[in-house]
Design a protein around this ligand. Structure first.
Ligand SMILES: Nc1ncnc2c1ncn2[C@@H]1O[C@H](COP(=O)(O)OP(=O)(O)OP(=O)(O)O)[C@@H](O)[C@H]1O
Ligand SMILES: [Mg+2]
Length: 365
């Protein structure tokens, strides 16, 4: 899909904003604090029901206001909307003007991927973000994954409560069985997805990190030892789990790791290379989503120039052109965008749109 029009009310410093986007490349320029990231954040908020910068909704509602609204219209005239009211503590979701209850029913209709200057630090910083990344792809490519995952979470909570409350072995055994069954189902989906991602990733690394493409390896852990059955692991850990009051192994412990010369990738490659790697992974995921859903994801890149030299920016421009999704990128300096504009059909102004944002007001360049 592509966003044709975005309307924002009271989202950070964007008090009342409407933007008509280009179906391919959109560039948002502006000084520090002008509102560039907030525009991307508003689109992300609509697609995910949360911000990529904060977990507190009070931070994103415009100061001294109580309600934010974000709406988009897509190329097929569908409208998607989200509003959050601090006073009544309500979240209202709308699809084509009809109210819907589940966030996943809204999120199914829009696949948004984001890369920010912080993304690679988060991604390499711990398993939680890597799980989130893989599961976001699965949410879009495997239609029943989100049901399995929410069911697993309920079982996980239930089993932890049993461990904390020191229930009988018999009662615990029921939840252990359920927990193992769902962990296996989720592990199978993830394994299949990671294998597809590996293949697709190679193509994008060839463009973005050609010197390292062949040398990077992907490993994943299901969340327990690959040599054992989860049930046996949990039996072995029974005493320790009862003492601690939570599950020691299972689908919630899944992780995917990347190595170069058998070392963790993030310890061997530079910050710029880490950003390029994450871009390649994001592009690979976007392609897999497109293949399965037949719908193009929307790519947001915040502060595109950060960490990248001119050659890397040229490689990124080439990759973006090949990806051929709608992309919305922000930058502080026009010079950071030179390769991107040159790549966009040799700078033909019909092939992209450039916006300027100043104190939350948007104008066309
Ligand atoms: N809840 C809020 N209400 C009103 N204004 C806010 C709120 N939260 C943040 N702001 C302001 O919104 C402005 C836009 O912030 P944003 O992060 O979008 O800027 P930016 O253009 O991305 O800047 P940079 O180039 O530094 O990344 C900032 O001046 C910030 O102080
Ligand atoms: Mg910013």
């Amino acid at each position: 899909m592509s966003v044709v029009q975005l309307n924002i009310v009271n989202f950070r410093n964007l008090t009342n904003t409407s933007i008509n986007f280009h179906p391919n490349l959109n560039i948002i320029l502006g000084e520090n604090g002008s509102g560039k990231s907030s525009i991307l954040e508003a689109i992300f908020f609509l697609a995910h029901g949360k911000s990529f910068r904060t977990t507190k909704v009070e931070n994103i509602v415009c100061h001294e206001q109580q309600k934010l609204i974000v709406n988009i219209k897509d190329q097929a005239e569908n409208s998607l909307g989200i509003s959050r009211d601090l006073l009544t503590n309500t979240l209202v979701l709308k699809l084509n003007k009809h109210r819907i209850v589940k966030l996943s029913d809204l999120a199914k209709n829009i696949a948004v991927q984001i890369v920010t200057p912080e993304s690679f630090k988060l991604f390499f910083g711990g398993p939680k973000e890597r799980r989130r990344f893989i599961d976001l792809g699965l949410f879009h490519v495997k239609h029943d994954f989100s049901n399995k995952w929410s069911h697993f979470n309920k079982i996980h909570k239930q089993r932890n409560a049993c461990l904390r409350n020191k229930v009988s072995q018999q009662e615990l055994a029921y939840w252990t069985n359920e927990f193992c069954n769902y962990s296996e189902l989720i592990a199978n989906d993830r394994e299949c997805y990671v294998n597809q991602l590996k293949l697709e990733l190679t193509k994008w690394l060839t463009i973005l990190l050609p010197q390292l493409t062949e040398k990077i390896e992907i490993h994943y852990s299901k969340g327990w030892s690959s040599k054992k059955k989860l049930f046996d692991v949990l039996i072995e850990n029974n005493e320790r789990e009862r003492l601690k009051g939570y599950c020691s192994a299972g689908a919630h412990k899944f992780d995917v790791k990347f190595t170069l010369h058998k070392q963790p990738l993030e310890l061997v490659i530079s910050r710029g290379q880490q950003k390029l790697f994450l871009l390649a992974l994001t592009f690979a995921q976007a392609k897999l989503i497109e293949k399965v859903k037949q719908v193009k994801p929307i790519l947001l890149i915040d502060d595109i120039g950060a960490e990248l030299d001119v050659n890397s920016r040229s490689a990124l421009a080439k990759a973006l052109e090949l990806l051929s999704c709608q992309s919305i990128v922000s930058a502080i300096n026009k010079v950071d965008l030179a390769p991107l504009i040159a790549q966009s059909e040799l700078g033909n102004k019909d092939n992209y749109k450039m916006f300027h944002v100043k104190h939350g007001e948007i104008s066309i360049e």
